[in-house]
Design a protein around this ligand. Structure first.
Ligand code: NDP
Ligand code: MG
Length: 390
């Protein structure tokens, strides 16, 4: 079990639930907390958890935080440098990466080089630079424990397998999101508030929109390939509306292992902190007799083309995944500002994947550049088509 953690993105959905788990466990100290702009929530967290360091995204937000917590011992910092400092604090033996988006990549790599245990929630990191991240983790002997519920489920199914994993297939379950069962004509006019109504999970806005387009599952397919080093044709997706089976592993002999539970992220978060131990948790127990029938279906790739696009980018390799991810981050942000419609997300992302130059074996610099180009491409494409799309 870890002794002291830094949480990157402590004010978000995963960050807050991580602090809740830490409060229940009682024995883990907090070295650093980081946030984007939510100064109020960061002040509350600093007063409750007394981190040595608090980091905000901008200098302005950091100054505002300084004004509020001048009476505390906490040092305040900002920007990329602050995030890197939080990720490499000597006293922290674990870093929870709960920031949203590519901004998590450099701090994750820094924490790996510092040999920290990584509780990995930030899936964009593995999607963009999974090969690099996994190679560095191996080189530096840093443990990566997934926090994403599907990947934690697979991790749990593989616990006790030792080096002999004999995986035939990973089956990622997917709730189907708020638009399950709909046809493209019915989704043309859906709004941000429709997309933000997830049936089973309460999460940050970006990932909730990704769940509505099924891009989230596409990102998770790529995350699973990287984490478990399996080829793309061994990663399947099953729509499972109840979100009770969090994912499954089929082994070479045909046995299928699954992890079940109520949908509550505090379980995978706690395991990332306590592994290899399992400790009591406040998570509601699954009532097997009350949870109803469990169903599994194939995803509808025509209505949700983002999932098919993610498979295509994963197959292509190189910079296709970082371009898709960067374009998706930009397009989802535009959708959340009501600037584009629901299907424009897919259209912009797929066009950006075509437009941005492809590199087969990218360096970290080339990955970061692809991300920048993808965002620029989405902005340019949305201007070109703006009038006819809205
Ligand atoms: P949220 O949007 O709720 O939280 C994001 C966190 O990152 C906040 O602390 C936010 O600060 C901070 N942040 C945002 N932008 C920046 C920036 N530019 N620089 C520094 N910090 C920034 O997201 P979630 O907690 O939902 O998701 C976090 C990650 O975990 C994502 O990668 C997501 O895909 C993954 N994940 C989430 C799950 C969930 O249940 N929520 C499940 C599985 C994976 P502020 O509050 O100040 O804006
Ligand atoms: Mg997930």
């Amino acid at each position: 079990m870890v002794k002291c953690v830094s949480i990157l993105g402590s004010t978000g959905s995963i960050g807050r639930q991580t602090l809740d788990v830490i409060r229940h466990l009682g024995s883990i100290r907090v070295a650093a907390l980081t946030a984007g702009s939510n100064v109020e929530r960061m002040e509350e967290q600093c007063r409750s958890y007394h981190p040595k360091l608090a980091v905000m995204a901008t200098e302005e937000a950091a100054k505002a935080l300084c004004n509020r917590i001048g009476d505390l011992q906490t040092k305040v910092s900002w920007g990329e440098e602050g995030l890197l400092e939080a990720a490499t604090m000597a006293e922290a033996d674990c870093v929870i990466t709960a920031v949203v988006g590519m901004v998590g990549l450099k701090p994750t790599l820094a924490a790996i080089r510092g040999k920290k245990r990584i509780g990995l929630a930030n899936k964009e990191t593995l999607v963009c630079a999974g090969e690099l991240v996994m190679a560095q983790a191996e080189q530096y002997g840093a443990e990566i424990i997934p926090v994403d519920s599907e990947h934690s489920a697979i991790f749990q199914c593989l616990m006790g397998c030792g080096g002999k994993r004999e995986i035939q297939r990973l089956i990622l379950t997917c709730s189907g999101g708020p638009f399950f069962g709909k046809k493209p004509e019915e989704l043309k006019a859906v709004t941000k508030s429709d997309a933000l109504k997830h049936p089973n999970w309460k999460m940050g806005a970006k990932i909730t929109v990704d769940c509505a387009t099924l891009m989230n599952k596409g990102l998770e397919v790529i995350e699973a390939m990287r984490l478990y080093r399996v080829p793309l044709n061994k990663v399947d997706v099953a729509i499972h509306r109840q979100s009770i089976v969090h994912s499954m592993v089929e082994f070479t002999d045909g046995a299928i292992m699954a992890q079940l539970g109520t949908p509550d992220m505090r379980l995978p978060i706690q395991l990332a902190l306590t592994y290899p131990e399992r400790l009591p948790s406040p998570v509601e127990r699954l009532d097997l007799f009350g949870c109803g029938e469990l169903s599994f279906q194939k995803p509808d790739l025509e209505t949700f083309p983002c999932l098919a696009l993610a498979y295509a980018c994963a197959k292509r390799g190189g910079t296709a995944c970082p371009v898709m991810n960067g374009a998706n981050e930009e397009a989802v942000a535009m959708f959340l500002r009501d600037e584009i419609g629901f299907y424009d997300i897919y259209r912009l992302v797929s066009q950006a994947v075509e437009r941005v130059p492809f590199v087969q074996n990218p360096s970290l610099e080339e990955i970061l550049e692809s991300d920048r180009h993808a965002r620029e491409a989405v902005r340019a494409l949305s201007q070109e088509k703006h009038k006819s799309w809205i």
